[in-house]
Structure formats: C-alpha cells, structure tokens
Design a protein. Structure first.
Lengths: 353, 203
C-alpha cells in the first residue's frame, strides 16, 4: 500500500512531534503515534513515505575486508603478547616477597622428600583394606557423578572441585606433617595455607606438593597422561614413574603446568581459561574440530553421539565459551553454529548435519 | 546499514576451513560480555573485536578516507583496552564506549598530521540513493540534492550518521562528540528538516 495523500506526508514533516518520534521518542510520544496510526493502513503508508524522505541518504564510507580484519587482529594479539607489561612490573614488585617464599620453599622441599618415602607405602596400603583397618586410618571416598561437577571442602578449609566422573580419596582426619589426598580424573584445588603442613595431591604417576595455592590436576583415563596446572602460588611436581630411575621433578610458577607424557615430566605455559573454565561451569573450546568438540561434550555430559553426515563438518573449527547449564542448552548453542540438528534419546544423541 | 555480525553467526552450513565462534555471547548483555573481558577472557575480547570492528572502521573511514590511519587507531584502541582491562569501569553500551575512545585517538592523530581541518569539510560525505521511496530521481536532481545536503554542518552530518546508521542514543552521541544531549537532539532535528526542505525543493 502506498500513501495516497501527499498532504498527510507534508503535515507529518512539518510536525515537530513527528521528528521527536524519529529522533528519540519517550513513552508518551511513541504511544501517541502508535494510536494515531492504529490499524489504519493509509496512515501507516504515509508515515513510511515521510520516513523515507528523511532517511534516503547514504554516507560515503569504506568497509574492511575479512582478510584485513584477520591481519589486524593478528597484529593486536602480537602486540599484547609481546609487551605484557603486567608480568614485568609484578616480577619487580614481588622480588622481595619471592625471596621470602623461596626460603620457605626449601624448608618444605626437605620435608616433602622425607614424606615421600612414607607416603609410598601409605598409599599402597590403600589398596589393601585389611591393612588400612589395622593402622586405623579411615579413608573417605568422594565421587563426582558422570555429567556433574561437585565441590568438596576438607576439614582444613581446602576446597576441591571435581570434574564429572572423577574420584578423590582422603583420610578422615589430616594427621601428621602433611595433608594428603589421592585423585583420579580431574580436580581443581584451592589450598588453605598451612606452612607447617604441605598439601599433597597424589595421582598414579605424579605427586604435587603445595602451600596456599590453587591449581588443576588432570589424569587421562586411557593413557598415562597427567598434568598439573598452577594458577596461583607455587607447587612442586614429582614424577613417580620416572623411567630413568632418577629424580624427575619440576617446580611450577603461576601460569606454568607440568605435563607427564611418555614417562617424563615437562614444564610448559598453559592457557588458564582453557584449563580451568570448567570449575566455573563453562565449557571452553578453542579451535576445536567437530569431532574434538563431541569428545569434550562426551566427557562433560556422559553421553554417546551418533553423527549423520559427519563429513559436512570436516574442516570447520569452532571456538567459544559456553555455560554448561545442561546438555540441551549446549547442543543448541553449538548446533546453531555448526549448523546441525539433534535428538536426545536416553543417553544417546543423534546429530544430523 | 552494516551491523558487522557476518562472521560470527555461523548459522549457515559449515564450509571447508571455516572458523566459527559459538554464539552464546550474542545472547548476552553488554554488561556481562564486558565483565567477562575484564576478568581476562580472551574469547570475550575477541568477540568484542568481531562485533565492533565494522562500525569502528566505517566510522573512522567516514571521518577520513585513510584506511591505514584508521586501522592504526583501531589497533591502538584494542591493545590499550587489553592492557588496562582490570582498571576499566562498567560499560553499558560497548559500541558507544569504543567509539568515544576511538574518535579521540583518531582526532589526536589527525591533529598531529594537521589534517583535522580537512575533516570538517570532507568527513561524513552524503550520497543520494537512486530513489526516494517510489520516486525515481533523475541524475541532475540527485546531484543537486546531494550537493545541497553536503552543505549541512559537519556536526549535523556526524550526528545523523551516528543516530541513524549506528543506532546510538542522543546521550551516547553526546558523549562521543563531546556535546550536550540536548544539542545532539537539536542538531538532528534541524538536520532532518534541512533534508526535508532540500528534497521538497527538488521533487
């Protein structure tokens, strides 16, 4: 429908209240014009014509190509990584503090070496219930169910978050000169400082000793892989399966992680967001292919996937951080990006690309 | 009118070698996205870049047709933003916030190069579309409307650009241009009336 009455258009364009409606209406102004046009096709058409007259202009401008956007983004990230002024200043500011911590550390390291020997037999005891009973140590076991993250607070105030499907075992009371727990799966620890009693996390292959500090430990079910990622504080990570028979250990500073692969522990930097987003309930994905994404979701939600037309997703990589409210929400967000539809059937998800 | 969301939606079917970003942030309010960025999220940072690079670049290029200078200012803006992220305050409209800081940087560089006078004359050059609604415009009509509209003051052209091509409020535009909200309203109102008169004179 077009406006049949040029006079209405002229009247509108001579009305200050019409300009107010276009520029920045308040509630009253909007109500007025909505009532004025209410259901009247002719009036609506005239409003459209009047608006067109005012806004048929364009501006001369240039757009930026996708390639140039990517190039610009690369130089931005280059520059923020190169300079990283926060790291420099903190190392100057904390030099005194660091020294003090260093002294503390040596004292504890000595204690840990001693404890290690004790620990070894202590932990092998755990696999033999009869002997545990004899030594009167009560072991408690906490399990995070599949598809759920759970938190647990120890008697000393240390908090652990357990990733879905992980298990932690610990004595009913921390007695003696250290606080020791045993982990299978993945856990994020916020350790309550207690200089007299180091906190020790033991996995099958690694022993991590810490003071007040927060870090993430992950073991991988089907391989000998294991890693410890430090967020704050300082920890020592020892390899219990050193292939050479010699002592294999690293000391981590914040932002560093220890990775056990092929029998050796190495130190490397890590992406904190990627590693520990899970503890805040976020699924973090960076440059993940379709099948890598599904593997991660399998870990989170304990489901199996069946994929129809998987080849359509090959070559596509996705990034993002998704709140892991539930499986459906996650599938919706990822599905709308990858362009798939899905059906959930009793722990099995059928995905159609 | 460009919104600059083209490479993040990812709703079409995937292609070879394509990069996508899961679009949960699209549903989030600016406040949440901003606070995620302040807490150090690189994904949020990248998302802010993706979402605002088009409006920033186009705005800069409307001020001065110098893509290299505009890109330099965008780069400085984002690097500085990242370095100062933990000290930044709350932000309710990210695009508005970025445009304020970006405009200041661009004008500082222009002043150094003594190009700022040039801007007043050539910035926000208005083009005329082929038709006004159903009325097709002959070339000479189009040209005479176009040249008349480019006599609008620089401030009026910029205010119209920000209000109707970037969908910003008068208050935000006032902050960007460094003038009062009421002045923005007056510029827009008198600017639109000039457009009306020019068009009526020519059709």
């Amino acid at each position: 429908m077009s406006c049949k009455d040029p006079k209405v258009v002229r009247d509108l364009l001579n009305d200050d209240y019409f300009y107010k409606w276009i520029i920045e209406p308040d509630q009253e102004c909007s109500n007025f014009w909505t009532r004025w046009a209410n259901g009247n096709a002719q009036r609506n058409a005239c409003i459209q014509t009047a608006k067109t007259i005012l806004l048929s202009i364009e501006f001369k401008t240039d757009s930026i190509s996708q390639t140039n956007k990517d190039v610009l983004w690369d130089s931005i990230t280059d520059q923020i990584q190169k300079s990283s002024p926060t790291a420099d200043t903190s190392s100057i500011d904390n030099s005194h503090q660091k020294k003090v911590k260093g002294h503390l550390w040596y004292g504890i390291a000595a204690a840990v070496t001693f404890l290690m020997i004790v620990l070894f037999s202590y932990y092998s005891d755990w696999d033999k219930p009869a002997e545990v009973a004899k030594s009167e140590i009560v072991t408690i076991k906490k399990v995070a169910e599949k598809g759920k993250i759970s938190s647990f607070r120890f008697e000393d105030g240390t908090i652990v978050k357990l990733f879905a499907g992980s298990t932690i075992r610990f004595p009913e009371h921390f007695s003696g000169e250290s606080r020791e727990v045993y982990l299978e799966g993945e856990g994020f620890f916020e350790v309550k400082a207690d200089p007299g009693r180091p906190f020790i996390v033991k996995t099958n292959s690694l022993l991590t000793t810490a003071l007040g500090t927060s870090f993430n430990v992950r073991t991988y079910e089907n391989s000998g892989k294991c890693d410890v990622s430090l967020v704050t504080g300082k920890v020592k990570v020892e390899n219990l399966e050193s292939s050479t028979g010699t002592l294999n250990q690293v000391i981590l500073m914040p932002g560093e992680e220890a990775v056990l692969e092929n029998g050796t522990v190495l130190k490397q930097p890590f992406n904190e967001e990627e590693k520990v987003s899970w503890k805040d309930g976020y699924i973090y994905l960076e440059d993940k292919t379709f099948s890598e994404t599904l593997e991660i979701l399998e870990r989170w939600f304990a489901v199996d996937f069946e994929v129809i037309n998987q080849e359509l997703a090959e070559g596509t990589k996705g990034s993002g951080k998704i709140q892991a409210h539930n499986l459906e929400h996650t599938l919706q967000v990822i599905g709308s990006s990858f362009g798939f539809s899905y059906q959930v059937n009793e722990g099995k998800v059928i995905i159609t690309l | 009118m460009s919104k600059g969301h083209t490479n993040i939606e990812g709703s079409s079917s995937p292609q070879q070698g394509k990069q996508i970003i899961f679009n949960e942030y699209i549903q989030q309010q600016d406040e949440e996205l901003w606070s995620a960025f302040k807490q150090g999220s690189l994904i949020a940072y990248k998302f802010i870049y993706e979402q605002n690079i088009d409006p920033l670049f186009q705005y800069g290029n409307s001020i001065i047709a110098d893509s290299e200078l505009v890109a330099d200012c965008v780069q400085d803006l984002f690097v500085d933003l990242y370095r100062r992220r933990s000290n930044l305050g709350e932000v309710h409209n990210i695009k508005g916030y970025l445009l304020i800081s970006f405009r200041r940087r661009l004008f500082d560089s222009l002043k150094k190069q003594k190009k700022n006078l040039h801007v007043e004359q050539y910035g926000f050059e208005i083009l005329m579309s082929e038709s006004i609604g159903e009325i097709n415009l002959a070339d000479e009509k189009k040209e005479s409307i176009r040249s008349a509209l480019n006599l609008l003051s620089y401030q009026r052209r910029e205010a119209i650009y920000l209000r109707f091509f970037n969908d910003l409020s008068c208050a935000d535009i006032g902050k960007i241009m460094g003038i009062k909200t009421q002045s923005v309203y007056n510029l827009l109102s008198s600017g639109l009336k000039t457009i009306k008169e020019t068009v009526f004179r020519n059709i």
